[in-house]
Design a protein around this ligand. Structure first.
Ligand SMILES: Cc1cc2nc3c(=O)[nH]c(=O)nc-3n(C[C@H](O)[C@H](O)[C@H](O)COP(=O)(O)OP(=O)(O)OC[C@H]3O[C@@H](n4cnc5c(N)ncnc54)[C@H](O)[C@@H]3O)c2cc1C
Length: 380
């Protein structure tokens, strides 16, 4: 077992760290307050290769491993989890899905632009009646001549109005249940495709979350991903890798909050000494650091499993479950270490605490991760 990062990994981590400090930190409080999408910053992330990190170089991606991706995700998330969710959806759900399961034409037409950051992608699975139970898809895609006719509503879609291309999951053969589901690439602006109002959110407020409506949208048959009926498997396989990205996001939020609390404890004085000299505060920091290290090991294990061609359903679910709980616990404690200052925007930790919560909800809630984990360990 080798716990050392390669020189290339360190370079990528440091590049992400510098970018987050120089480009994302300025204005992060205002973007959160105004629910403003980090448009310019995401454009730069695309130019620097952060939006298609794992895509094969022949399609314009970075050809990097999952370890590099989670290192970059952690650094971006320490500063701006709204930017990192855009990065996560584009990399692990949209690009990875297309790179792994798309055909040559789809890759040339869509993946090359997504990997270069010239276009942004969205992944549309959730519906008003189908969240954790993703098999209950009510959106339909009915075959007609050379196309499918798409009808239905998707909820909570990240990059909802900023995306150019949308991977949409829909039911084609209801009698076949989840085996009748398909995945399609849908372009913004197609007739009958409407974007609903922006959601007003607790956290990751700079990200752009919308419901989407499809009213008789004609989707060419060549835009179906994989064989007829592959859509549910496509979604589950894609989300399994996506969870590693969200685990890294949670780890970054936790680490960001911890670093702020540690530095604050060295300068804030109470009862004639820096608060780090009060054991109650020092022990909080010790607990935070320990949980973060444990979460980091789980995230790295899942990333290595993926890179080594091992099954990562279990390790990815455990990483997401633990890292998201760590993000919640650590960010709450970071606010506590800051006292009254923790409760105001200027000190950043209240935002990180609000941002942390989503990591226990999207790409499978914590309860769903426990279902995945328990099924896996009880299988034999
Ligand atoms: C900000 C944001 C961004 C999102 N981005 C996207 C996106 O880009 N694309 C997308 O497709 N979706 C997205 N989602 C949707 C997200 O994935 C779902 O909200 C999530 O999967 C939970 O589904 P739900 O909201 O319907 O909750 P429900 O499924 O209704 O769950 C409600 C509660 O019941 C629990 N529960 C449900 N079933 C079980 C069970 N069998 N056992 C135990 N407990 C159970 C859940 O864990 C949860 O606590 C996003 C959501 C948010 C809030």
């Amino acid at each position: 077992m080798d716990f050392k990062l390669t020189e290339e990994h360190i370079m990528i981590r440091d590049a992400a760290r510098d970018f987050a400090k120089n480009e994302l930190l300025p204005g992060v409080i205002e973007r959160d307050e105004k629910q403003e999408f980090p448009k310019e910053q995401i454009k730069k992330m695309g130019e620097l290769g952060f939006l298609g990190m794992m895509v094969s170089p022949e399609y314009g991606g970075g050809g990097m491993d999952t370890v590099s991706y989670v290192l970059a995700m952690e650094e971006i998330s320490k500063i701006d989890a709204s930017a990192s969710v855009v990065m996560s959806v584009n990399n692990s759900l949209v690009c990875w899905g297309l790179d792994t399961f798309g055909n040559e034409e789809q890759k040339q037409k869509y993946l090359t632009k997504l990997a270069a950051g010239e276009s942004i992608g969205a992944f549309c699975l959730s519906e008003p009646e189908a969240g954790s139970d993703a098999t209950s898809q009510k959106t339909t895609a009915i075959e007609k001549d050379d196309h499918y006719v798409l009808n239905g509503t998707k909820n909570w879609i990240t990059n909802g109005s900023t995306a150019d291309f949308y991977i949409v999951i829909a039911q084609t053969h209801p009698e076949k249940k989840h085996k009748g589901i398909n995945a399609f690439i849908v372009e913004k602006g197609w007739d009958g495709f409407e974007i609903g109002p922006k959601e007003q959110k607790l956290g990751i407020r700079g990200s752009d979350t919308h419901s989407l409506n499809f009213n008789d949208v004609k989707v060419p048959k060549e835009n179906r991903i994989g064989e007829d009926g592959f859509g549910f498997k496509f979604a589950m396989k894609t989300l399994s890798g996506g969870r590693i990205g969200i685990a890294a996001q949670a780890l970054g939020i936790a680490a960001g909050a911890y670093e702020l609390a540690r530095e604050y404890s060295k300068v804030r004085k109470a009862f004639g000494t820096e608060i780090m000299n009060h054991q109650a505060i020092a022990f909080k920091l010790a607990d935070m650091h320990t949980s973060i290290e444990a979460a980091r090991h789980l995230v790295m294990k899942a990333a290595c499993d993926k890179d080594n061609g091992e099954n990562y359903d279990l390790s990815g679910a455990m990483a997401k479950l633990f890292a998201s709980k760590t993000a919640m616990d650590v960010s709450v404690e970071a606010v506590q270490v800051h006292g009254g200052n923790g409760y105001v925007k200027e000190y950043h930790v209240e935002r990180l605490m609000r941002d942390a919560k989503i990591t226990q909800i999207y790409e499978g809630t914590s309860e769903i991760q426990k279902i995945v984990i328990s099924r896996s360990i009880l299988r034999d």
